[in-house]
Ligand binder design. Structure first.
Ligand code: HEM
Ligand code: HEM
Length: 181
């Protein structure tokens, strides 16, 4: 349906928009959770839902138009494919666990003011949990997966920079769309 160049361009746009949102969510998430800055929770959830929509778009898109990694045909091809899949799986677990925290925890989820999962506050304004176990599982997963994802993304970015600065190959340029290949 789409020609090859347009398809690559769409993959790049999805990659960079998501990269920006996810790096922002990680920074904001750690900041707000460690400083108990509850005024940022709604913003975090709103962008978390947007990130989930991009992720779904990306998973569907790469089924039809897979990104041909520059590692293809090298010794590291399988490792790179595994690392990219792992990033996507961990990314999927982030919003899932976020929904467990906020949905079963009774806080609800809104996207820039539009409530998509209702809150469950009592008369004193405190959130009443729908399910203790699932809420705690959500907190546990969200934090653990956030650390794993952060570590993997640091490696991912370091690998991209190594290709660009040390190997001086086209890996990063292809993702930026500035490669002649
Ligand atoms: C790709 C998407 C997401 C990323 C990368 C992300 C990242 C993070 C990070 C790094 C933290 C700090 C973890 C900690 O130290 O406890 C956090 C906290 C949190 N996130 Fe997310 N998040 C995402 C999506 C969501 C979604 C969709 C929701 C809810 C619908 C959500 C709700 C929360 C809440 C409530 C906290 C605070 C937890 C606490 O108080 O300990 N997140 N997030
Ligand atoms: C400054 C940050 C980033 C840089 C420089 C970067 C660079 C790249 C490059 C060069 C590739 C192509 C690799 C190849 O051809 O084998 C790539 C692919 C990929 N990147 Fe990133 N990236 C960044 C951030 C992120 C973030 C934050 C995420 C997660 C949200 C991410 C997820 C992925 C995935 C899943 C692929 C594989 C493409 C696919 O198979 O769909 N990247 N990245």
């Amino acid at each position: 349906m789409f020609n090859n160049n347009l398809a690559k361009h769409i993959t790049r746009v999805i990659h960079w928009v998501m990269a920006l949102i996810v790096i922002g969510l990680i920074a904001l998430g750690f900041y707000m959770a460690n400083t108990e800055s509850y005024q940022f929770y709604d913003l975090h959830k709103s962008f978390g839902v947007i990130a989930s929509l991009f992720l779904i778009a990306r998973l569907v898109w790469r089924k039809f138009y897979p990104w041909r990694s520059s590692a293809n045909g090298t010794k590291q091809a399988r490792l790179v494919r595994f690392a990219h899949r792992l990033i996507l799986i961990l990314l999927l677990l982030m919003p899932l666990s976020g929904f467990l925290i906020s949905g079963f925890g009774g806080h609800g989820v809104g996207v820039f003011g539009l409530q998509i999962i209702p809150s469950n506050y009592n008369d004193s304004g405190l959130a009443v949990r729908h399910n203790e176990f699932l809420t705690e599982l959500g907190y546990f997963m969200h934090e653990l997966v956030a650390y794993l994802l952060t570590a993997l993304l640091v490696l991912h970015i370091a690998a991209a920079l190594k290709h660009h600065l040390i190997d001086k190959d086209d890996t990063l340029k292809r993702m930026l769309g500035t490669s002649k290949n």
